[in-house]
Design a protein around this ligand. Sequence first.
Ligand code: AMP
Ligand code: MG
Length: 358
Amino acid sequence: MYRPLISGIRKSGSGFSHSRFFLAALFLLSLLVLCLGGCQRKPSAASAQISDVGFFFDTVVELRLNGTDKQDLIDECFRKMGDYEAILSRTREGSDVWKINQSAGEPVEVSDDTAALIELAQKYYELSDGAFDITVAPYVTIWDFPNNTGNVPAKASIAAARIHVGSSLLHLDGNTVTLDDPRSSIDLGGIAKGYVADRLKEFLVGKGVESGYINLGGNMLTIGTKPGDVPWNIGIRRPFGEASDTITTVKVDGLSVVTSGTYERCFEKDGTIYHHILDPASGYPVWNGLSSVTILSESSVDGDALSTSCFVLGLDRGMELVESLDGVEALFITDDEELHYSTGFPRDTDSATSPSSF
Ligand code: AMP
Ligand code: MG
């Protein structure tokens, strides 16, 4: 039978009088209150927030973790980013991608991560009807964004590259990669950041992180919500505006928000904007009236591949693709700054006046 604790003490027959007993109890209670008050004021790991920035994949990256003060988690993420860059970079000598591009048609053994990414890229090549194609690398080399500040390549050089482009020339068998054409090459710039963000989130969640974000040059992958169960409020950039100028915001909880935009890497020449999202069929930047495409999805690699794919496909075909997929929503922004949402996109009705904020 349940007995109140206080009666149990009283029954112990310690010789306390009633008034002494209550004085002692009051003293103990006040100690407890003082202790609890003290504990609340002391900063704890649970209320901690840590963040750091670095530079990887040619872009500024930022990590924020809530509810932990373990800087070594952030350090480990930066170390992992360095490792991924060392295998996935097209320009880093000795990387898996560099080896594939130097292979002159010979099979190359690559790491599990590179093989997984190439397999995903092939999947999106099929899904996008060839709009997403990592064998655009010969064009990427010719255009050389972001280093190119105004040289439009000769038509003949783009035409000459065209026959080396096409993911049907690329084969993956286990971890062995073969390019049929010795002058073909691959570039994972349209998909790698999303993949890396997913791996980092996996690592952090495995370490018990429940709240934070991974921002790889504007590719945002959130973990949980902000403290207090408040969703993250992610700003979507106004194309060609300042970095802090948002055209709208979106509230998310654990989702990835990835944008492909013309303004990210581009130059203007004679009134034409030349940018880094290339049409595999022509070798030229995609000019279809779009300025950016933002994808919301669970996995960031899907968002990354789809934002590039949908950009190349254009508003109508891109929207059709998004509407055909479960768990994916999109915002297409046209050159006239019109916003075109997929049906399930969580619109932020009062965002026009909201500042960019997380
Ligand atoms: P994102 O910013 O994710 O849209 O990726 C753009 C980057 O992907 C470019 O800077 C190129 O490295 C690469 N890329 C350009 N066009 C394509 C394409 N059609 N398919 C796949 N990757 C592309
Ligand atoms: Mg992409």
